[in-house]
Design a protein around this ligand. Structure first.
Ligand SMILES: Cc1ncc(COP(=O)(O)O)c(C=O)c1O
Length: 465
């Protein structure tokens, strides 16, 4: 076994990993990366088919991001945002707000302030705490602010973020530590209980037309809570596609309808764009597909191009104003981290955003998205492919025992894990979500590399089943 693998197995505890399984075999040890390619310590090359857990945008070792970080390194790596400003974080705040406000010109709907933190979870934690305090103040502390989230929601692993999450496998173990949030059905057309999903193959059973039952459930939930005299303070959602729930896209128009319902009931909108942000869905932010302006826009993962841990929570002037007061009134937002506004992260983010906003990157993403769609069609011929879901450059391929019955594999069968292991043997890396195989290629992926990624999935499914 390679000495780094030995060291790892002796000392490192990996996230979301059954360590007994981990210790059974030699792990892949990544030594370097270039573009969409990762290389291990033995020199074997792999395609990074999930962009290193959905973070990387423009590829590894991008010369412009490398140069930006190096330039910043020569000035300073980090100084505290508690008491001091710095240039890259200030510039980045301006650029993020400009990118987020393209459809919103009026003062009342514009996002106006940026609060920095370190990861997706903390971006959500910030939004949650701000929304909580804002609502308490607006409602004169009459009742505890309540939050509504989606079934299958995943917003991170800090306690507030877990409280807003609704995936039993991840969250139930902590139930005693959490505060209660409500959940409402999210659209999962392939397994719609109203039996109205679109037929995925020509000879599939006939489905009736969708009547937006899932939207009506959201409306009912808001009305019921209002009747209790304590309307929801905020509605938290991943726009267009729920990631960790299994790459589940929302039917066109769903987001607009539920956002309008939430607004009509006076709820704040917390958009979690940790996965969908920065061009993943085709536009800079997924909310822009349906002209939604949230009160909180939570960003992380791709913010730095996937180089460094940094996150941002964008919010409105009115939220900001609620925290203004004389020192002795203690209206301050009492929250922050040691690395808030880190210069290296901000320098990487500025470089990444600049690349993202070029015409070339836009065209490259559009072409790649089309290419991904074309390649994915080859999978339909396999009987264990139940559903193929794609939004922009995010795809989730759901494995089933039989596509006609849509019967799921049990988790014990480790179907997703086995397929991903077989893909790794073919030089393609991604990580399953239960029975769903995610593909989120870096934006620099070539057509040939895209073909290899989907081809490896095709062959792995054939091998495993
Ligand atoms: C939508 C969404 N929100 C939040 C998070 C948490 O982000 P992090 O792992 O950076 O804390 C994730 C992570 O996968 C995510 O997909």
């Amino acid at each position: 076994m390679h000495k780094t693998a030995q060291l790892d197995q002796r000392h490192v505890w990996h996230p979301f990993t059954q360590m007994r399984d981990w210790l059974r075999r030699e792990p892949i040890v990544i030594a370097s990366g270039q573009g969409a390619v990762l290389r291990d310590v033995r020199g074997k090359k792999y395609l990074d088919a999930n962009s290193s857990i959905w973070t990387n945008l423009h590829g590894h070792q991008h010369p412009k991001i490398n140069a930006a970080i190096t330039r910043q390194l020569k000035k300073i790596s980090h100084s505290s945002a508690l008491g001091f400003a710095n240039e890259p974080a200030s510039l980045l705040a301006e650029r993020l707000l400009t990118a987020a406000n393209t459809q919103h010109k009026t003062q009342s709907t514009r996002l106006a302030k940026v609060f920095y933190s370190d990861d997706g979870s903390t971006a959500l934690e910030v939004a949650l705490k701000l929304a909580y305090q804002f609502t308490l103040r607006a409602r004169n502390k009459q009742s505890q602010p309540k939050f509504l989230a989606l079934d299958g929601a995943y917003h991170g692993d800090t306690i507030g973020a877990v409280s807003m999450g609704h995936i039993d496998l991840f969250h139930k173990a902590y139930s005693g530590m959490l505060f209660q949030t409500d959940k409402v059905m999210s659209p999962y057309c392939y397994r719609c209980p109203f039996n109205r999903a679109k037929p995925e193959r020509a000879d599939a059973r006939h489905y009736r037309k969708c009547n937006w039952e899932c939207v009506h459930l959201v409306e009912k939930k808001f009305s019921a809570q209002k009747k209790k005299g304590n309307p929801y303070a905020a509605f938290v959602f991943e726009p267009l596609m729920q990631g960790a729930a299994g790459m589940i896209p929302q039917a066109d128009g769903w987001l607009k309808k539920v956002a309008e319902t939430a607004r009509a009931h006076g709820a704040l909108l917390i958009a979690d764009e940790v996965m969908t942000g920065f061009g993943r869905t085709g536009k800079t932010f997924a909310c822009q597909h349906q002209n939604i302006q949230p009160d909180f826009l939570c960003l992380a993962k791709g913010l730095t191009g996937g180089y460094l841990p940094m996150a941002a929570t964008l919010t409105t002037q009115s939220v900001f104003n609620a925290f203004l007061g004389e020192y002795h009134e203690f209206k301050t937002f009492f929250h922050g981290h040691s690395f808030t506004g880190n210069q290296l992260g901000a320098a990487a983010s500025l470089a990444s955003l600049k690349i993202l906003q070029t015409k070339r990157s836009e065209q490259q993403r559009a072409r790649l998205q089309q290419r991904l769609h074309t390649e994915l069609q080859s999978l339909w011929q396999l009987p264990n492919i139940g559903d193929i879901r794609q939004v922009g450059l995010v795809a989730g391929i759901e494995l089933v025992k039989n596509w006609r019955t849509r019967e799921s594999f049990t988790l014990r069968e480790r179907a997703g894990i086995r397929v991903c292991e077989a893909m790794a043997r073919r030089g393609v890396l991604t990580r399953p979500i239960g029975n769903v195989i995610p593909l989120l290629p870096p934006y620099c992926t070539t057509p040939k590399q895209m073909q290899t990624m989907v081809g490896a999935l095709h062959d792995a499914v054939k091998e495993v089943f």
